[in-house]
Design a protein around this ligand. Structure first.
Ligand code: LRY
Length: 229
């Protein structure tokens, strides 16, 4: 097994992302967020955008999963080979890319894209999938890691409140490559459940690094419990 993948065995990766137009959408802010999560015990970081990836790689000595969200099409996580090469070039140890069965904007297959990343960079590839079949196909296409990232985010999958632990378990039972549990893991207990379901690594984003959403959870609970007259 690759040494970097070994480092992530049964550990927590924290996704540090801010979305377009948000106050924290700034590479130096994400660098600081990543540093803060490292202090808390993150064993790896997931980051979006070339500037964020470069800033975090320079500051944080942990395995870095990078991606580049681009476009309004269905396939938006590192949609083309050019995006993938740029993510590796920016400093990501692992390039996360769309691992679904949908056509890619550059017309390349997933297998061609993964092969080119392996051939032209030293980076590993994490395939962000939404179904069991996609995870199986992504591993067959050469992905080094298979993630459940897109479960609930494709037109043909359903988004539950929590993580898709059933998908994690089915993929972990079927695949030799490490399965990364990612998506809607909102509590430490859910993170532990994902590992018990067979995940190699757990990625948590929103519940650790997205204060607007976290605040919204608390605000809604407070509002629901409020009884002022
Ligand atoms: C679907 C999609 O675009 N997911 C993105 C992938 O990088 C991020 O927006 C998520 O925050 C990340 O996957 C972590 O998930 P969560 O924030 O639920 O812990």
């Amino acid at each position: 097994m690759n040494a970097l993948v070994d480092q992530l065995c049964h550990r927590l990766v924290v996704s540090c992302q801010a979305y377009p137009g948000e106050p924290m959408r700034d590479p130096d802010t994400m660098r600081r967020v990543a540093l803060a999560t490292a202090r808390g015990g993150a064993a790896g970081i997931r980051a979006q955008g070339l500037a964020d990836i470069a800033a975090i790689r320079a500051a944080v000595d942990l395995p870095l999963i990078g991606l580049w969200k681009d476009g309004d099409d269905d396939v938006f996580i590192t949609p083309t080979l050019e995006h993938a090469l740029a993510v590796a070039d920016a400093g990501a140890h692992v390039v996360a890319l769309d691992g679904t069965s949908r056509p890619r904007p550059d017309g390349r297959t997933l297998a061609e894209t993964i092969a080119a990343v392996h051939e032209r960079t030293g980076a590993l590839v994490m395939a962000d999938c939404s179904t069991f079949d996609e995870g199986i196909a992504a591993a067959a296409a050469g992905a080094d890691l298979v993630g459940t990232t897109l479960a609930g985010y494709t037109a043909y999958t359903t988004k539950g409140d929590g993580p898709d632990l059933d998908l994690v378990a089915r993929l972990a039972a079927a695949l030799d490559v490490p399965v990364v549990a990612e998506g809607r893991i909102h509590t430490p207990e859910q993170a532990a459940q994902a590992l018990r379901a067979g995940a190699w690594t757990v990625v948590v984003g929103t519940a650790i690094t997205h204060p607007s959403t976290i605040t919204g959870w608390f605000a809604a609970a407070v509002q629901e419990a409020a009884s002022c007259r």
